[in-house]
Design a protein around this ligand. Structure first.
Ligand SMILES: Nc1nc2c(ncn2[C@@H]2O[C@H](COP(=O)(O)OP(=O)(O)O)[C@@H](O)[C@H]2O)c(=O)[nH]1
Ligand SMILES: [Mg+2]
Length: 260
């Protein structure tokens, strides 16, 4: 089976210091793995000029930039990125280099190798991990994941690194503009099966996090909507597969032979 083109969607707000390295690393990860693809940066009129720099980078890379009027939220930015993207496979990652671009070929290999609808990067698993992450943030993330456990078999439901097939999200509308778009897409999209793979998250080395008390409250509001959705039968839990480091290695090898 031939791999379909991948669109890598990245929401940005004040990531000027990191965007060039990210774009370069994403394209080298795609080409090293023999994948065709494009990148879509969705910028919310960042005061530091991230959007203008992304426009400049379009001269060198297959990169589109969506400029929104102001800071309208991460989740909505991802949905707008999907709307202008052209790939059959949609990957999402943060713009601050927390998610290693080398993980993109991995999530794509698993999507095809296991024939699932969505693949999520998971930190809390053998073979995965986190670096330089303040303990308070780690704890917040763990509590937030626990609150989502009745909704999903996915353990790292807060993960901003995931990939899905375009047909899983075609026509889907989300209720929250906030941070946890992956969880909502999993529940509202045509996602019948999900796999989680290990990866290592590295907290941003520069720039500031946009996580805030307000985003925490947005998440609670989003949860109440998603609990209601599940309780009224509007969303079924997907089949779940946890990929071990050994299985990931086997799927990488299989994908590499399929591409040659
Ligand atoms: N377009 C857009 N991107 C955002 C917004 N809020 C956060 N981001 C981006 O979403 C990603 C994750 O945000 P970050 O501040 O790193 O959150 P943290 O990793 O939870 O601390 C980064 O690429 C941010 O630039 C927003 O309102 N709009
Ligand atoms: Mg971050």
């Amino acid at each position: 089976m031939r791999f379909q083109p991948v669109s890598v969607v990245v929401p940005t707000y004040n990531e000027r210091g990191r965007i060039e390295r990210l774009v370069t690393e994403v394209f080298s990860a795609l080409s090293n793995a023999g994948l065709r693809g494009e990148m879509v940066v969705v910028d919310d009129n960042s005061p530091d000029g991230t959007g203008a720099l992304a426009d400049e980078l379009s001269a060198r890379f297959a990169l589109k930039t969506v400029h929104r009027a102001g800071k309208l939220g991460l989740g909505g930015a991802v949905m707008e990125g999907f709307a202008v993207s052209e790939g059959e496979v949609l990957a999402v990652l943060d713009g601050d280099l927390s998610h290693p671009p080398a993980a993109i070929p991995d999530v794509v290999s698993v999507l095809y190798g296991l024939d699932v609808d969505m693949v999520v990067g998971r930190r809390y698993i053998p073979g995965g991990g986190w670096r330089n992450w303040p303990r308070r943030r780690w704890l917040m993330s763990r509590v937030a994941c626990l609150l989502a456990r009745p909704l999903t078999p996915v353990r790292d439901a807060m993960s901003g690194l995931f990939v899905l097939r375009r047909d899983a999200v075609e026509g889907v509308r989300i209720a929250s503009a906030g941070f946890k778009i992956g969880l909502e897409l999993q529940m509202r999209g045509r996602v019948r099966s999900v796999a989680e793979i290990p990866y290592t998250f590295t907290d941003r080395e520069s720039g500031r996090s946009k996580m805030s008390t307000r985003e925490g409250l947005n998440y609670l509001a989003q949860l109440s909507i998603l609990y209601r959705l599940r309780l009224t039968g509007g969303s079924q839990p997907p089949r779940y597969h946890r990929v071990s480091p050994g299985e990931l290695q086997a799927l990488r090898t299989e994908a590499a032979t399929r591409r040659t």
